[in-house]
Ligand binder design. Structure first.
Ligand code: EPU
Length: 452
Protein backbone atom coordinates (compact mmCIF):
# COMPACT_ATOMS: atom_id res chain seq x y z
CA UNK A 1 0.00 0.00 0.00
CA UNK A 2 1.44 3.44 -0.90
CA UNK A 3 0.87 6.73 0.94
CA UNK A 4 -1.41 7.82 -1.89
CA UNK A 5 -3.46 4.67 -1.66
CA UNK A 6 -6.01 6.36 0.59
CA UNK A 7 -9.39 7.84 -0.19
CA UNK A 8 -10.92 10.44 2.06
CA UNK A 9 -14.69 10.04 1.88
CA UNK A 10 -17.15 12.64 3.15
CA UNK A 11 -20.24 10.53 3.66
CA UNK A 12 -23.93 11.21 4.03
CA UNK A 13 -24.67 12.26 0.44
CA UNK A 14 -27.02 10.02 -1.57
CA UNK A 15 -25.44 8.89 -4.85
CA UNK A 16 -27.35 10.12 -7.87
CA UNK A 17 -26.58 9.76 -11.55
CA UNK A 18 -25.59 7.38 -14.28
CA UNK A 19 -22.59 5.13 -14.81
CA UNK A 20 -21.78 2.38 -17.30
CA UNK A 21 -20.55 -1.17 -16.76
CA UNK A 22 -18.51 -2.98 -19.39
CA UNK A 23 -17.61 -6.61 -20.05
CA UNK A 24 -17.64 -8.90 -17.00
CA UNK A 25 -14.22 -9.14 -15.34
CA UNK A 26 -14.77 -12.83 -14.69
CA UNK A 27 -15.42 -13.56 -18.35
CA UNK A 28 -13.03 -11.14 -20.03
CA UNK A 29 -9.94 -12.57 -18.31
CA UNK A 30 -10.91 -16.13 -19.33
CA UNK A 31 -11.77 -15.13 -22.91
CA UNK A 32 -8.31 -13.57 -23.13
CA UNK A 33 -6.79 -16.90 -22.06
CA UNK A 34 -8.92 -18.77 -24.62
CA UNK A 35 -7.27 -16.72 -27.39
CA UNK A 36 -4.10 -18.77 -26.70
CA UNK A 37 -5.82 -21.83 -28.16
CA UNK A 38 -6.50 -20.31 -31.57
CA UNK A 39 -4.39 -20.39 -34.70
CA UNK A 40 -5.68 -16.94 -35.73
CA UNK A 41 -6.15 -13.61 -33.91
CA UNK A 42 -9.14 -13.00 -31.63
CA UNK A 43 -10.97 -9.76 -31.04
CA UNK A 44 -12.62 -8.93 -27.72
CA UNK A 45 -14.81 -5.85 -27.22
CA UNK A 46 -15.89 -3.90 -24.16
CA UNK A 47 -12.83 -4.87 -22.13
CA UNK A 48 -12.73 -2.82 -18.92
CA UNK A 49 -9.56 -0.99 -17.87
CA UNK A 50 -8.96 -2.90 -14.66
CA UNK A 51 -5.90 -4.39 -13.00
CA UNK A 52 -6.95 -8.02 -13.59
CA UNK A 53 -7.04 -7.40 -17.35
CA UNK A 54 -3.55 -5.87 -17.22
CA UNK A 55 -2.29 -8.93 -15.36
CA UNK A 56 -3.68 -11.35 -17.95
CA UNK A 57 -2.42 -9.16 -20.76
CA UNK A 58 1.06 -9.25 -19.18
CA UNK A 59 0.91 -13.04 -18.83
CA UNK A 60 -0.17 -13.55 -22.42
CA UNK A 61 2.51 -11.19 -23.74
CA UNK A 62 5.04 -13.10 -21.69
CA UNK A 63 3.97 -16.19 -23.64
CA UNK A 64 4.35 -14.58 -27.04
CA UNK A 65 0.76 -13.45 -27.64
CA UNK A 66 0.68 -10.03 -29.32
CA UNK A 67 -1.98 -7.96 -27.58
CA UNK A 68 -2.95 -4.64 -29.14
CA UNK A 69 -5.75 -2.13 -28.75
CA UNK A 70 -8.34 -2.07 -31.53
CA UNK A 71 -10.07 0.97 -33.02
CA UNK A 72 -13.03 0.89 -30.61
CA UNK A 73 -12.55 1.95 -27.00
CA UNK A 74 -12.19 -1.28 -25.01
CA UNK A 75 -11.35 -3.43 -28.04
CA UNK A 76 -8.43 -5.85 -27.71
CA UNK A 77 -6.83 -7.88 -30.46
CA UNK A 78 -4.98 -10.99 -29.31
CA UNK A 79 -2.66 -12.64 -31.80
CA UNK A 80 -1.32 -16.05 -30.72
CA UNK A 81 0.80 -16.68 -33.86
CA UNK A 82 4.07 -16.82 -31.90
CA UNK A 83 3.16 -18.53 -28.63
CA UNK A 84 6.37 -19.31 -26.76
CA UNK A 85 7.58 -20.50 -23.39
CA UNK A 86 8.26 -18.09 -20.57
CA UNK A 87 10.67 -18.77 -17.72
CA UNK A 88 9.31 -19.54 -14.28
CA UNK A 89 11.08 -16.42 -12.96
CA UNK A 90 9.25 -14.24 -15.47
CA UNK A 91 5.91 -15.86 -14.66
CA UNK A 92 6.62 -15.58 -10.96
CA UNK A 93 6.69 -11.80 -11.31
CA UNK A 94 2.90 -12.20 -11.67
CA UNK A 95 2.55 -14.50 -8.68
CA UNK A 96 0.43 -13.02 -5.96
CA UNK A 97 -1.49 -10.74 -8.26
CA UNK A 98 -4.08 -13.04 -9.80
CA UNK A 99 -5.52 -16.54 -9.87
CA UNK A 100 -5.72 -16.54 -13.66
CA UNK A 101 -2.28 -18.17 -14.32
CA UNK A 102 -3.71 -21.57 -13.48
CA UNK A 103 -6.13 -21.32 -16.39
CA UNK A 104 -3.22 -21.08 -18.82
CA UNK A 105 -2.28 -24.71 -18.07
CA UNK A 106 -4.49 -26.50 -20.59
CA UNK A 107 -3.88 -24.04 -23.45
CA UNK A 108 -0.10 -24.01 -22.84
CA UNK A 109 0.03 -27.80 -22.62
CA UNK A 110 -1.76 -27.95 -25.98
CA UNK A 111 0.39 -25.29 -27.60
CA UNK A 112 3.81 -26.01 -26.06
CA UNK A 113 3.62 -29.33 -24.25
CA UNK A 114 4.50 -27.77 -20.89
CA UNK A 115 3.28 -25.12 -18.46
CA UNK A 116 4.26 -23.52 -15.19
CA UNK A 117 1.97 -22.16 -12.45
CA UNK A 118 3.41 -19.84 -9.83
CA UNK A 119 1.88 -19.56 -6.37
CA UNK A 120 -1.52 -18.05 -6.91
CA UNK A 121 -2.86 -14.75 -5.65
CA UNK A 122 -6.32 -13.25 -5.97
CA UNK A 123 -8.49 -12.04 -3.15
CA UNK A 124 -7.76 -13.20 0.37
CA UNK A 125 -11.11 -14.79 1.06
CA UNK A 126 -10.09 -18.08 2.58
CA UNK A 127 -7.59 -20.74 1.52
CA UNK A 128 -8.80 -20.91 -2.12
CA UNK A 129 -7.22 -24.27 -2.97
CA UNK A 130 -6.52 -25.50 -6.53
CA UNK A 131 -6.92 -29.23 -5.89
CA UNK A 132 -9.86 -29.59 -8.34
CA UNK A 133 -7.75 -27.99 -11.09
CA UNK A 134 -4.77 -30.25 -10.50
CA UNK A 135 -6.92 -33.37 -10.29
CA UNK A 136 -8.69 -32.49 -13.55
CA UNK A 137 -5.42 -31.79 -15.38
CA UNK A 138 -4.03 -35.13 -14.20
CA UNK A 139 -7.13 -36.91 -15.48
CA UNK A 140 -6.51 -35.39 -18.91
CA UNK A 141 -3.01 -36.91 -18.80
CA UNK A 142 -0.92 -34.01 -17.48
CA UNK A 143 2.03 -34.76 -15.22
CA UNK A 144 2.28 -32.26 -12.38
CA UNK A 145 5.59 -31.69 -10.55
CA UNK A 146 5.48 -29.52 -7.47
CA UNK A 147 8.59 -27.38 -6.95
CA UNK A 148 9.56 -24.56 -4.60
CA UNK A 149 8.75 -21.86 -7.18
CA UNK A 150 5.39 -23.32 -8.24
CA UNK A 151 4.14 -26.24 -10.32
CA UNK A 152 5.63 -27.55 -13.56
CA UNK A 153 3.32 -29.46 -15.90
CA UNK A 154 4.01 -31.62 -18.93
CA UNK A 155 1.88 -33.87 -21.13
CA UNK A 156 4.23 -36.57 -22.41
CA UNK A 157 1.41 -38.52 -24.08
CA UNK A 158 -0.80 -35.59 -25.04
CA UNK A 159 -4.11 -34.68 -23.41
CA UNK A 160 -7.07 -37.05 -23.68
CA UNK A 161 -10.80 -36.61 -23.07
CA UNK A 162 -12.03 -38.03 -19.79
CA UNK A 163 -15.03 -38.37 -17.45
CA UNK A 164 -14.88 -36.08 -14.44
CA UNK A 165 -17.09 -35.05 -11.58
CA UNK A 166 -16.23 -31.95 -9.56
CA UNK A 167 -16.66 -32.26 -5.77
CA UNK A 168 -18.24 -28.77 -5.89
CA UNK A 169 -19.38 -26.74 -8.94
CA UNK A 170 -16.26 -24.55 -8.97
CA UNK A 171 -16.20 -21.78 -11.56
CA UNK A 172 -12.43 -21.91 -12.05
CA UNK A 173 -12.23 -25.71 -12.24
CA UNK A 174 -15.07 -25.80 -14.80
CA UNK A 175 -13.18 -23.24 -16.90
CA UNK A 176 -10.02 -25.31 -16.52
CA UNK A 177 -11.83 -28.36 -17.88
CA UNK A 178 -13.37 -26.41 -20.77
CA UNK A 179 -10.08 -24.79 -21.80
CA UNK A 180 -8.33 -28.18 -21.69
CA UNK A 181 -11.03 -30.44 -23.13
CA UNK A 182 -11.76 -28.40 -26.26
CA UNK A 183 -8.53 -29.58 -27.88
CA UNK A 184 -8.01 -32.84 -26.00
CA UNK A 185 -8.25 -36.06 -27.95
CA UNK A 186 -11.78 -37.53 -27.63
CA UNK A 187 -14.84 -36.70 -25.56
CA UNK A 188 -14.90 -35.18 -22.06
CA UNK A 189 -17.90 -35.41 -19.80
CA UNK A 190 -17.92 -33.01 -16.86
CA UNK A 191 -20.43 -33.55 -14.06
CA UNK A 192 -21.32 -31.09 -11.31
CA UNK A 193 -20.06 -28.25 -13.49
CA UNK A 194 -20.53 -24.56 -12.67
CA UNK A 195 -23.07 -22.94 -15.01
CA UNK A 196 -22.57 -19.26 -14.16
CA UNK A 197 -23.45 -16.88 -17.02
CA UNK A 198 -19.71 -16.14 -17.35
CA UNK A 199 -19.13 -19.88 -17.99
CA UNK A 200 -21.86 -19.97 -20.64
CA UNK A 201 -20.30 -16.90 -22.25
CA UNK A 202 -16.89 -18.61 -22.25
CA UNK A 203 -18.55 -21.60 -23.95
CA UNK A 204 -19.89 -19.15 -26.57
CA UNK A 205 -16.34 -17.84 -27.09
CA UNK A 206 -14.94 -21.36 -27.50
CA UNK A 207 -17.78 -22.34 -29.81
CA UNK A 208 -16.97 -19.33 -32.02
CA UNK A 209 -13.40 -20.68 -32.17
CA UNK A 210 -14.64 -24.04 -33.45
CA UNK A 211 -15.22 -26.05 -30.27
CA UNK A 212 -18.05 -28.55 -29.88
CA UNK A 213 -19.60 -28.21 -26.41
CA UNK A 214 -23.00 -29.44 -25.23
CA UNK A 215 -24.52 -28.07 -22.04
CA UNK A 216 -26.93 -30.68 -20.68
CA UNK A 217 -29.34 -30.25 -17.80
CA UNK A 218 -28.20 -31.01 -14.25
CA UNK A 219 -24.73 -29.45 -14.51
CA UNK A 220 -23.40 -31.85 -17.14
CA UNK A 221 -21.18 -30.47 -19.90
CA UNK A 222 -19.93 -32.63 -22.77
CA UNK A 223 -17.00 -31.51 -24.88
CA UNK A 224 -15.94 -33.14 -28.12
CA UNK A 225 -12.24 -32.37 -28.61
CA UNK A 226 -11.20 -30.90 -31.97
CA UNK A 227 -7.67 -30.78 -33.44
CA UNK A 228 -7.60 -27.05 -34.17
CA UNK A 229 -9.35 -23.86 -33.13
CA UNK A 230 -9.46 -20.47 -34.85
CA UNK A 231 -9.85 -16.96 -33.45
CA UNK A 232 -13.06 -15.36 -32.18
CA UNK A 233 -14.81 -12.00 -32.23
CA UNK A 234 -16.80 -11.50 -29.05
CA UNK A 235 -18.67 -8.88 -27.08
CA UNK A 236 -18.84 -10.15 -23.47
CA UNK A 237 -21.79 -10.19 -21.11
CA UNK A 238 -21.85 -7.11 -18.86
CA UNK A 239 -20.36 -7.18 -15.38
CA UNK A 240 -23.28 -8.20 -13.16
CA UNK A 241 -21.14 -7.98 -10.02
CA UNK A 242 -20.26 -4.36 -10.68
CA UNK A 243 -23.87 -3.56 -11.59
CA UNK A 244 -25.11 -5.06 -8.30
CA UNK A 245 -22.41 -3.20 -6.36
CA UNK A 246 -23.69 0.16 -7.65
CA UNK A 247 -27.27 -0.95 -6.97
CA UNK A 248 -26.32 -1.65 -3.35
CA UNK A 249 -24.58 1.74 -3.19
CA UNK A 250 -27.81 3.44 -4.34
CA UNK A 251 -29.80 1.63 -1.66
CA UNK A 252 -27.32 2.16 1.19
CA UNK A 253 -26.94 5.89 0.52
CA UNK A 254 -30.63 6.54 -0.21
CA UNK A 255 -29.73 7.40 -3.80
CA UNK A 256 -30.72 6.70 -7.39
CA UNK A 257 -28.25 5.19 -9.89
CA UNK A 258 -28.79 4.26 -13.53
CA UNK A 259 -26.43 1.46 -14.53
CA UNK A 260 -26.00 1.56 -18.30
CA UNK A 261 -25.15 -1.80 -19.80
CA UNK A 262 -26.69 -3.79 -16.91
CA UNK A 263 -28.87 -6.69 -18.01
CA UNK A 264 -31.78 -8.25 -16.21
CA UNK A 265 -31.37 -11.86 -17.27
CA UNK A 266 -28.16 -12.53 -15.36
CA UNK A 267 -29.24 -10.52 -12.31
CA UNK A 268 -32.66 -12.04 -11.64
CA UNK A 269 -31.75 -13.46 -8.25
CA UNK A 270 -30.18 -10.18 -7.17
CA UNK A 271 -33.22 -8.21 -8.38
CA UNK A 272 -35.56 -10.40 -6.33
CA UNK A 273 -33.57 -9.75 -3.16
CA UNK A 274 -33.18 -6.05 -3.97
CA UNK A 275 -36.97 -5.74 -4.23
CA UNK A 276 -37.57 -7.80 -1.07
CA UNK A 277 -35.31 -5.45 0.88
CA UNK A 278 -37.41 -2.52 -0.34
CA UNK A 279 -35.26 -1.23 -3.19
CA UNK A 280 -36.86 -0.14 -6.46
CA UNK A 281 -35.57 -0.80 -9.96
CA UNK A 282 -36.63 -0.31 -13.53
CA UNK A 283 -35.27 -2.32 -16.45
CA UNK A 284 -34.85 -0.82 -19.91
CA UNK A 285 -34.03 -3.43 -22.55
CA UNK A 286 -31.46 -2.91 -25.25
CA UNK A 287 -33.09 -1.86 -28.54
CA UNK A 288 -31.09 -2.33 -31.74
CA UNK A 289 -31.26 0.47 -34.36
CA UNK A 290 -34.03 -0.28 -36.85
CA UNK A 291 -35.62 1.42 -39.87
CA UNK A 292 -33.60 4.59 -39.39
CA UNK A 293 -34.45 4.99 -35.70
CA UNK A 294 -31.42 4.89 -33.38
CA UNK A 295 -30.99 2.00 -30.96
CA UNK A 296 -30.87 2.27 -27.21
CA UNK A 297 -28.44 0.73 -24.76
CA UNK A 298 -30.04 -1.43 -22.09
CA UNK A 299 -29.87 -0.27 -18.49
CA UNK A 300 -31.26 -0.80 -15.02
CA UNK A 301 -32.11 2.11 -12.74
CA UNK A 302 -31.82 1.29 -9.03
CA UNK A 303 -33.12 3.56 -6.31
CA UNK A 304 -34.23 3.88 -2.71
CA UNK A 305 -37.94 4.71 -2.91
CA UNK A 306 -38.08 6.20 0.61
CA UNK A 307 -39.52 4.60 3.73
CA UNK A 308 -37.92 1.80 5.67
CA UNK A 309 -35.92 -1.06 4.19
CA UNK A 310 -36.91 -4.59 5.24
CA UNK A 311 -34.68 -7.32 6.72
CA UNK A 312 -34.20 -10.46 4.59
CA UNK A 313 -32.68 -13.92 4.92
CA UNK A 314 -30.39 -14.92 2.11
CA UNK A 315 -27.94 -17.60 1.24
CA UNK A 316 -25.11 -17.18 -1.24
CA UNK A 317 -24.79 -20.03 -3.72
CA UNK A 318 -23.55 -21.07 -7.12
CA UNK A 319 -25.65 -19.97 -10.11
CA UNK A 320 -28.61 -19.57 -10.26
CA UNK A 321 -28.31 -18.71 -6.57
CA UNK A 322 -27.40 -15.38 -5.00
CA UNK A 323 -23.76 -14.72 -5.98
CA UNK A 324 -21.16 -14.61 -3.22
CA UNK A 325 -19.76 -11.43 -4.82
CA UNK A 326 -23.09 -9.62 -4.39
CA UNK A 327 -23.09 -10.34 -0.68
CA UNK A 328 -20.67 -7.75 0.74
CA UNK A 329 -22.08 -4.62 -0.95
CA UNK A 330 -25.64 -5.67 -0.14
CA UNK A 331 -24.86 -6.24 3.54
CA UNK A 332 -24.10 -2.51 3.86
CA UNK A 333 -27.65 -1.78 2.70
CA UNK A 334 -28.96 -4.43 5.12
CA UNK A 335 -27.49 -2.46 8.04
CA UNK A 336 -30.19 0.10 7.16
CA UNK A 337 -33.07 -2.42 7.10
CA UNK A 338 -35.49 -2.80 10.03
CA UNK A 339 -35.20 -6.15 11.80
CA UNK A 340 -32.79 -9.05 11.69
CA UNK A 341 -31.29 -10.04 8.35
CA UNK A 342 -29.52 -13.36 7.98
CA UNK A 343 -26.74 -14.04 5.48
CA UNK A 344 -25.46 -17.59 5.06
CA UNK A 345 -22.26 -17.61 2.97
CA UNK A 346 -21.96 -21.07 1.39
CA UNK A 347 -19.38 -20.47 -1.37
CA UNK A 348 -16.36 -19.22 0.60
CA UNK A 349 -15.68 -20.17 4.20
CA UNK A 350 -14.11 -16.85 5.23
CA UNK A 351 -15.96 -14.08 3.49
CA UNK A 352 -17.52 -12.26 6.43
CA UNK A 353 -14.41 -10.83 8.10
CA UNK A 354 -15.15 -7.39 6.62
CA UNK A 355 -18.24 -7.08 8.86
CA UNK A 356 -15.93 -6.08 11.75
CA UNK A 357 -15.18 -2.84 9.92
CA UNK A 358 -18.91 -2.20 9.51
CA UNK A 359 -19.37 -2.77 13.26
CA UNK A 360 -16.63 -0.21 13.94
CA UNK A 361 -18.88 2.24 12.06
CA UNK A 362 -21.93 1.52 14.21
CA UNK A 363 -23.45 -1.53 12.50
CA UNK A 364 -24.63 -4.48 14.60
CA UNK A 365 -23.49 -7.65 12.85
CA UNK A 366 -22.74 -10.93 14.58
CA UNK A 367 -21.05 -13.80 12.79
CA UNK A 368 -21.65 -17.47 13.61
CA UNK A 369 -20.10 -20.82 12.86
CA UNK A 370 -23.54 -22.40 12.38
CA UNK A 371 -25.36 -22.66 9.06
CA UNK A 372 -28.11 -20.12 9.66
CA UNK A 373 -29.70 -20.59 6.25
CA UNK A 374 -32.33 -23.15 5.39
CA UNK A 375 -29.76 -25.66 4.13
CA UNK A 376 -26.70 -26.97 5.96
CA UNK A 377 -23.59 -26.29 3.85
CA UNK A 378 -20.12 -27.89 3.66
CA UNK A 379 -18.70 -25.33 6.14
CA UNK A 380 -21.17 -26.14 8.91
CA UNK A 381 -19.07 -28.60 10.85
CA UNK A 382 -15.70 -27.03 10.03
CA UNK A 383 -15.48 -24.18 12.50
CA UNK A 384 -15.80 -21.35 9.97
CA UNK A 385 -17.70 -18.20 10.86
CA UNK A 386 -19.78 -18.15 7.70
CA UNK A 387 -23.23 -16.93 8.81
CA UNK A 388 -24.08 -13.35 9.79
CA UNK A 389 -27.00 -11.77 11.58
CA UNK A 390 -27.42 -8.07 10.84
CA UNK A 391 -29.62 -6.03 13.19
CA UNK A 392 -30.88 -2.74 11.81
CA UNK A 393 -31.38 -0.01 11.13
CA UNK A 394 -28.07 1.35 12.43
CA UNK A 395 -26.79 4.86 12.03
CA UNK A 396 -23.33 4.52 10.47
CA UNK A 397 -20.58 6.92 11.46
CA UNK A 398 -17.22 7.62 9.85
CA UNK A 399 -14.15 5.47 10.56
CA UNK A 400 -10.66 4.66 9.29
CA UNK A 401 -10.95 1.51 7.18
CA UNK A 402 -8.41 -0.81 5.56
CA UNK A 403 -9.54 -2.66 2.45
CA UNK A 404 -9.07 -6.44 2.78
CA UNK A 405 -10.16 -7.68 -0.67
CA UNK A 406 -11.95 -6.52 -3.79
CA UNK A 407 -15.64 -6.98 -2.94
CA UNK A 408 -15.26 -6.26 0.78
CA UNK A 409 -13.33 -3.18 -0.33
CA UNK A 410 -16.26 -1.91 -2.33
CA UNK A 411 -18.54 -2.53 0.65
CA UNK A 412 -16.20 -0.44 2.83
CA UNK A 413 -16.44 2.31 0.28
CA UNK A 414 -20.25 2.17 0.25
CA UNK A 415 -20.31 2.20 4.05
CA UNK A 416 -18.08 5.28 4.11
CA UNK A 417 -20.37 6.98 1.57
CA UNK A 418 -23.46 6.13 3.63
CA UNK A 419 -21.93 7.16 6.99
CA UNK A 420 -22.11 10.58 8.61
CA UNK A 421 -18.72 12.29 8.69
CA UNK A 422 -15.34 11.86 7.03
CA UNK A 423 -13.81 8.39 6.69
CA UNK A 424 -10.37 7.44 5.45
CA UNK A 425 -10.30 4.30 3.34
CA UNK A 426 -6.82 2.75 3.02
CA UNK A 427 -5.77 0.40 0.22
CA UNK A 428 -8.33 1.64 -2.33
CA UNK A 429 -6.07 0.71 -5.26
CA UNK A 430 -7.25 -2.88 -4.72
CA UNK A 431 -10.66 -1.78 -5.99
CA UNK A 432 -9.06 -1.09 -9.40
CA UNK A 433 -8.67 -4.87 -9.75
CA UNK A 434 -12.32 -5.17 -10.63
CA UNK A 435 -14.04 -1.78 -10.84
CA UNK A 436 -13.14 0.35 -13.85
CA UNK A 437 -12.63 4.07 -13.16
CA UNK A 438 -14.40 3.81 -9.83
CA UNK A 439 -13.19 7.18 -8.67
CA UNK A 440 -14.48 8.91 -11.80
CA UNK A 441 -17.77 7.06 -11.36
CA UNK A 442 -18.02 8.15 -7.74
CA UNK A 443 -17.47 11.75 -8.84
CA UNK A 444 -20.13 11.39 -11.56
CA UNK A 445 -22.56 10.19 -8.89
CA UNK A 446 -21.94 13.24 -6.71
CA UNK A 447 -19.83 11.52 -4.04
CA UNK A 448 -17.47 13.71 -2.06
CA UNK A 449 -14.21 11.78 -2.05
CA UNK A 450 -10.60 12.63 -2.74
CA UNK A 451 -7.20 10.93 -2.63
CA UNK A 452 -5.37 11.15 0.73
N1 EPU B 1 -12.47 -24.75 -4.57
C1 EPU B 1 -11.76 -25.81 -4.07
N2 EPU B 1 -10.77 -26.35 -4.85
C2 EPU B 1 -10.48 -25.87 -6.09
C3 EPU B 1 -11.24 -24.78 -6.60
C4 EPU B 1 -12.23 -24.24 -5.81
O1 EPU B 1 -11.99 -26.27 -2.94
O2 EPU B 1 -9.59 -26.40 -6.75
C5 EPU B 1 -13.51 -24.14 -3.71
C6 EPU B 1 -13.11 -22.71 -3.30
O3 EPU B 1 -12.25 -22.70 -2.21
C7 EPU B 1 -14.46 -22.09 -3.02
C8 EPU B 1 -15.38 -22.78 -4.02
O4 EPU B 1 -14.71 -23.96 -4.45
O5 EPU B 1 -14.87 -22.40 -1.71
C9 EPU B 1 -15.77 -21.96 -5.22
O6 EPU B 1 -14.60 -21.45 -5.86
P1 EPU B 1 -14.55 -21.21 -7.42
O7 EPU B 1 -13.52 -22.11 -8.01
O8 EPU B 1 -15.94 -21.29 -7.96
O9 EPU B 1 -14.04 -19.72 -7.48
P2 EPU B 1 -12.97 -19.11 -8.47
O10 EPU B 1 -13.10 -19.66 -9.82
O11 EPU B 1 -11.64 -19.11 -7.82
C10 EPU B 1 -14.50 -17.20 -9.39
C11 EPU B 1 -14.44 -15.71 -9.40
C12 EPU B 1 -14.73 -15.18 -8.00
C13 EPU B 1 -16.11 -15.68 -7.58
C14 EPU B 1 -16.17 -17.21 -7.67
C15 EPU B 1 -17.55 -17.75 -7.35
C16 EPU B 1 -12.83 -15.24 -11.11
C17 EPU B 1 -11.48 -14.72 -11.48
N3 EPU B 1 -13.13 -15.28 -9.82
O12 EPU B 1 -13.47 -17.61 -8.50
O13 EPU B 1 -14.76 -13.78 -8.11
O14 EPU B 1 -16.36 -15.27 -6.27
O15 EPU B 1 -15.80 -17.64 -8.98
O16 EPU B 1 -18.50 -17.24 -8.25
O17 EPU B 1 -13.62 -15.59 -11.98
C18 EPU B 1 -14.28 -11.59 -7.54
O18 EPU B 1 -14.61 -11.29 -8.69
O19 EPU B 1 -14.01 -10.75 -6.65
C19 EPU B 1 -14.15 -13.00 -7.18
C20 EPU B 1 -13.57 -13.42 -6.06
Amino acid sequence: MTVNDVLTVHGGTPLHGRIRVRGAKNLVSKAMVAALLGDAPSRLYDVPRIRDVEVVRGLLELHGVRVSDGAEDGELILDPANVASATSDEINVHAGSSRIPILLCGPLLHRLGHAFIPDLGGCHIGPRPIDFHIQALREFGAVVDKAADGMHLTAPNGLHGTKLELPYPSVGATEQVLLTAVMADGVTELRNAAVEPEIIDLICVLQKMGAIIKVHTDRVIEIQGVPRLGGYTHRPIPDRIEAASWAAAALATGGDIEVLGAEQVDMMTFLNVFRSVGGAYEVTDTRPPRDGSPGQEGKIRFWHPGGELRAVALETDVHPGFMTDWQQPLVVALTQARGLSIVHETVYEQRLGYTEALNSMGATIQVYRDCLGGTPCRFGRRDFKHSAVIAGPSKLHAADLVIPDLRAGFSHLIAALAAEGTSRVYGVDLINRGYEDFEAKLAALGAHAERA
